[in-house]
Ligand binder design. Structure first.
Ligand code: CMC
Length: 388
């Protein structure tokens, strides 16, 4: 069997070749299909980025309209699924409910689970992209005891999601269009990040030729963890805790350095200088929060915490910088989302990346079932008592 190398957390192991996303962690470079994230952030829309990631190229005007139309037409969910969502525990974490619901799409749509049929894969792609925001908004409305809002086919993807989540008010007026723009940008910034934990999970599940819904469901549950996408919720809870307990920031950072807690929203496996997404998001946070009547206390706190951490050798020596999750929470909060929905927003953003990787792997003739090895550390052979 040859020599097996131990690599916990896959720090040095490439599990696949991929043509989707390029990252240079030292230089802080992130590109989707060759396009720098900064250019996509300023120039494109989330739907264009979905097309780019999944089909490999930016859409022409006809293709963009075609994709947007398909997403509008497929945004509804069957009544049986609505009944099922209504029966789930209202106090369950939205990520738990979302991952379960996405898995069940395979049962509601058995005509799109055959991975040897490209038409079925395409149908599943559209259904996932179209229905995830609807399912997410339905779960949110249930969690606050409000009637779910049906998708409105006259609205764009992001507007429709805000409409289904908040009803009319959030997608309209000047503030509404700022929120739509901000949400679109945040989804773009989250859309792919090569072999992160959730995408690697989608690939591992998919490598056994499991259907795309189940694979994405696995990705959603991987994203839920606080070391991954769950960090956006954890950052806000950390800031709220610092504020409500009155702990001063130096004392809090001493606790981090003593390893009693982590500075959530800091550090990254790949970025060792800065996370290009966090720069964009910090800019967006100022733009959104400057529009508020009163300064946002948690944003101010986050700015101070970042400055203090970056002045402290503990963080700089370990190359710990703010990551994508550090400022997203304050933006989502300003938009009116409860903390438990933050990671759901990340999932909606990451979906095209998961789909693109699942499809790339399914089309890759050299792909094999993911089956890591291990180094066994248990007892040697011993006899069952009484049988020696
Ligand atoms: N606060 C305090 N110390 C930290 C932190 C942190 N946030 N992150 C890493 N360290 C320390 C860690 O204790 C270790 O120190 P030492 O070498 O003295 O033992 C060193 O830095 C290296 O850390 P690591 O845990 O080996 O690094 P990793 O690459 O395995 O983990 C990480 C990366 C992102 C999980 C980690 O930095 C972390 O837990 N950050 C906080 C959670 C977070 O913000 N996650 C979001 C990640 S970005 C987007 C996403 O995936 O959703």
């Amino acid at each position: 069997t040859g020599k097996v190398a131990l690599d916990p957390g896959f720090v040095n192991t490439a599990s696949c070749s991929s043509a989707i996303t390029y990252i240079d962690g030292d230089a802080g470079i992130l590109r989707y299909r060759g396009y720098p994230i900064q250019e996509l952030a300023t120039g494109s829309s989330f739907i264009e980025v979905c097309h780019l990631l999944i089909y490999g190229e930016l859409p022409g005007p006809g293709e963009l309209k075609e994709l947007a139309d398909k997403l509008r037409q497929n945004a509804g969910i069957p009544d049986e699924m609505r009944t099922m969502l209504d029966a789930l525990p209202r106090e369950g974490h939205p990520m738990t409910l979302l991952g379960s619901a996405v898995n069940l799409l395979a049962a509601y749509y058995p005509d799109s689970v055959d991975l040897s049929d490209p038409d079925q894969v395409e149908l599943a792609t559209i259904r996932l992209l179209a229905k995830l925001p609807t399912i997410a908004a339905h779960i949110y409305r249930n969690s606050i005891g409000e009637q779910p809002v049906d998708p409105d086919p006259s609205l764009g993807y992001v507007e429709n999601f805000l409409h289904m989540t908040f009803g009319k008010e959030k997608g309209e007026g000047e503030l509404g269009s700022l929120f739509v723009k901000a949400m679109d940008l945040l989804l773009i910034l989250h859309a792919d990040h090569e072999q992160n934990c959730s995408t690697a999970t989608v690939r591992v599940v998919g490598s056994s030729e499991a259907d795309i819904y189940g694979s994405v469901s696995g990705g959603i549950h991987a994203l839920f963890g606080p070391l991954h996408g769950g960090a956006n919720q954890a950052v806000l809870e950390m800031l709220e805790e610092i504020r409500s307990s009155g702990t001063d920031l130096d004392t809090f950072l001493e606790r981090v350095k003593a390893r009693e807690t982590r500075l959530m929203g800091f550090g990254h496996r790949v970025y060792k200088n800065f996370d290009p997404r966090s720069k964009e998001i910090k800019g967006l946070a100022s733009q959104i929060l400057d529009n508020q009547e009163r300064p946002d206390e948690l944003f101010e706190l986050a700015l101070q915490l970042e400055a203090k951490a970056l002045a402290d050798p503990y963080f700089t020596e370990r190359k710990l910088y703010p990551n994508v999750d550090f400022y997203t929470g304050v933006i989502y909060r300003a938009m009116g989302f409860p903390t438990t929905m933050f990671t759901v927003l990340f999932a909606i953003g990451r979906l095209p990346g998961w789909i693109a990787h699942w499809r790339e792997q399914a089309a890759d003739q050299t792909s094999r079932i993911a089956r890591p090895r291990q180094l066994y550390t248990g007892p040697g052979q011993r006899s069952y008592p009484g049988r020696a």
